[in-house]
Design a protein around this ligand. Structure first.
Ligand SMILES: CC(C)(COP(=O)(O)OP(=O)(O)OC[C@H]1O[C@@H](n2cnc3c(N)ncnc32)[C@H](O)[C@@H]1OP(=O)(O)O)[C@@H](O)C(=O)NCCC(=O)NCCS
Length: 437
């Protein structure tokens, strides 16, 4: 077998270094020995946006972007979406193995014991304006749970971590539903633990005066599949935020709130909302060519297209397209579907998109299903955050228990003024856009 090392020659002084290779990777810290003068800091790597840097070892989720593969703990996403419930998948992500019947029953029972919110949390929600964005309310409320469960800061205790992970998985649908009801001005609906996880969520969203909410089983199943597809996606922007904030040993509530804030952006989980707004703006199939031209001219992005990792197809988009069929059989077809299908067809045949390997991602179709289910676009990202909470927590648990991890702290290449003398106020000259005379 070939030697697993990398030899580097520094042409500044002709010195050669041999670095070990493991998993096709060299350790950035091994570069630090590369110096010209003994008091140099040593060689670093520069990698804005972490394009080619592994920040951790992880056994949770595997993605092969070129082949369109997504696996949780080794199981293909297609098999999990077909055979599991979301709570079974959440168990798999956090514990590493699929549960036995008995383990699943206990897990579901434990989750159900924690679905209610403290009444103070309700009061907090009432303080938000009626038109507050549901994602802003969600982030603040998840963070506020830290005030109700202060023991959660004991992050080095496995039992405390587990208890608070269960609380988070159980309470995020309740928070999401309360945010939704708050926007509508409707009274909050308490959890109904006779119902399954997605049915209970639907009950908290849509129950009115009827004594018990009866969810349509096909719609509840479609929602559960969407939850499975969104549960984890390895080291994306929000998972990386969860790990970075959690690495300072902040409690899981504020860390999850930070991860949710990262998800909120339109380049991450906010894309599904942006897709619906884009389809509204396009309006009809005959406006598509004109719209595509503005995308190609660099004036805007085609939302729901492109992915940092998937450069062939997004396996989640394929499953969602199938789930959409089941939903539309119940709800009738969402008229935006025709625009979306035609948009995808044109883009897949256009040189601009082919050359850049831009394909429909998970967000392209999920918004259309959510809308058919009766959700307003403003709440789409909250629907993403509910199942992703299990993924964030699995990543957090792995980070906390990894002896190689420390507080996350990248380096920088300093580009500012080296040193200059203080200038008294009266001697300062106004400069730049904000300057006033
Ligand atoms: C997801 C995303 C942020 C990935 O970004 P990335 O890996 O940094 O890719 P880049 O921005 O380097 O894009 C590479 C090229 O494709 C273009 N491109 C990427 N996504 C595009 C899109 N959705 N529409 C049009 N052009 C796009 C870029 O302009 C760039 O073109 P250039 O080489 O001529 O400059 C990006 O594709 C995007 O913004 N997509 C829309 C938002 C979205 O759907 N996000 C959800 C992700 S699940």
């Amino acid at each position: 077998m070939a030697e697993q090392t990398l030899t580097i020659t520094d042409n500044r002084n002709g010195k050669t270094y041999t670095l070990p290779i493991q998993n096709d990777t060299i350790r950035a810290m091994d570069l630090r020995q590369i110096k010209v003068n003994p008091d140099d800091f040593g060689m670093m790597t520069y990698d804005p946006a972490f394009m080619n840097t592994a920040s951790c070892r992880s056994a949770i989720t595997y993605i092969d972007g070129d082949k369109g593969i997504l696996r949780y703990r080794g199981y293909p996403i297609e098999q999990l979406a077909e055979n599991c419930t979301y709570l079974e998948v959440a168990y798999l992500l956090i514990n590493g193995e699929l549960p036995t019947k008995c383990e699943l029953d206990d897990w579901v029972k434990e989750i159900k014991m924690h679905t209610m919110l403290h009444e103070n949390t309700k009061k907090l929600l009432e303080g938000f304006r009626h038109d507050a964005h549901p994602m802003s309310m969600f982030i603040s409320t998840v963070s506020a749970l830290s005030t109700i469960y202060p023991e959660a800061k004991n992050v080095l205790d496995p039992a405390t971590r587990r208890r608070n992970m269960i609380r988070l998985i159980a309470k995020v649908p309740t928070i999401a539903a309360y945010c939704y009801r708050h926007s509508l001005g409707y009274p909050y609906v308490y959890p109904d633990n006779d119902l399954s996880f997605p049915e209970n969520f639907m009950s908290m969203l849509w129950k009115m005066m009827e004594p018990k909410y009866a969810a349509n089983p096909a719609l509840a199943r479609a929602l559960d599949i969407l939850f499975i597809l969104h549960a984890d996606h390895e080291q994306n922007c929000s998972a990386n935020t969860m790990r970075a904030v959690g690495s300072s040993q902040a409690d899981p509530y504020v860390s999850t709130a930070a991860a949710a804030a990262a998800l909120y952006g339109p380049l991450h989980g906010g894309a599904n909302e942006a897709v619906l707004r884009m389809l509204d703006e396009i309006g009809s199939v005959d406006h598509i060519p004109e719209y595509i031209e503005t995308v190609k001219a660099g004036k805007r992005k085609l939302m729901g297209f492109g992915h940092r990792i998937y450069k062939n197809f997004d396996p989640r988009a394929k499953i969602i397209r199938e789930a959409a069929g089941a939903v539309f059989e119940v709800t009738g077809k969402n008229p935006k579907l025709d625009i979306a299908i035609e948009l995808e067809r044109i883009a897949l045949n256009d040189e601009y998109f082919i050359k850049r390997k831009l394909y429909a991602n998970v967000d392209f179709y999920s918004g259309i299903i959510y809308q058919a289910l009766g959700f307003d676009p403003a709440i789409f990202t909250v629907l993403f955050a509910i199942p992703r909470t299990a993924g964030w927590l699995a990543q957090w648990e792995e980070m906390i228990t990894d002896p190689e991890q420390k507080i996350a702290r990248p380096r920088q290449i300093f580009t500012g003024h080296w040193i200059r003398d203080f200038v008294p106020m009266e001697a300062r000259q106004a400069k730049g856009a904000g300057a006033t005379t």
